[in-house]
Design a protein around this ligand. Structure first.
Ligand code: SME
Length: 197
């Protein structure tokens, strides 16, 4: 019997301090990773995507345009992604969907879920098995694993990048640093009013 993972706000407000620290939920150690490509290939692909995205984001006229461009490239190139998109922080316990690619998703996330766990903690969250994460919000019932990274400026989380996969354990700690670098390309576009709550 798998242990279900509980992640409640009150227990988790003190997040890791280093920017690339993350929370990885590993309810069982024997799970095989199905990454869809060799790990080194994936790291190379992240590097190429960073290089491609840098000038595109520099030319983006605003944050939403930059987010849309980032999501389009990631979702188009990374075959293990079933959904790639942003949620804006819209209050203490609420997120609102931003630019995304993939099946139609929940527009409002409230009170629970992996994305809110990331926003509350201000650190990336990796979930190899979404069924083992208590409070996971299943916008797409086929989703099996997930990674969420914060877009954080001056200590405040403005939005989170959420990536879902239909493959179990499609993400691990190795994905965190390169994806966070990609998300951080958006930082120059974050303004005073970017957080909508
Ligand atoms: N699974 C997320 C909800 C967003 S959808 O996956 C697009 C969560 O638990 O917060």
């Amino acid at each position: 019997m798998r242990n279900r993972i509980r992640f409640h706000r009150a227990e988790n407000t003190e997040g890791p301090s280093a920017s690339h620290d993350c929370v990885i939920f590993q309810p069982y150690a024997t799970l095989t990773y199905h990454t869809g490509m060799a790990d080194s290939n994936r790291m190379e692909q992240y590097k190429r995507l960073l290089t491609q995205l840098e000038p595109l984001i520099q030319k983006s006229p605003n944050l939403v345009a930059g987010m849309a461009t980032l999501v389009a490239l990631l979702h188009g190139k990374l075959r293990h992604h079933s959904w790639t998109g942003f949620y804006f922080v819209a209050g203490e316990d609420e997120l609102h969907v931003g630019p995304y690619q993939g099946p139609v998703a929940c527009q409002i996330l409230k009170g629970q879920g992996v994305c809110l766990a990331c926003a509350w903690r201000g650190a990336p969250v990796v979930v190899p098995d979404v069924h083992a994460f208590d409070g996971h919000i299943a916008c797409d019932p086929r989703s099996r694993s997930e990674i969420v990274l914060p877009l954080k400026k001056d200590g405040r989380v403005v939005a989170v990048l959420d990536i879902d996969s239909h493959q179990p354990a499609a993400f691990d700690g190795e994905d965190v640093e390169p994806l966070q670098r990609i998300v951080n390309l958006l930082l120059p576009l974050v303004g005073e009013n970017s957080r909508i709550g």
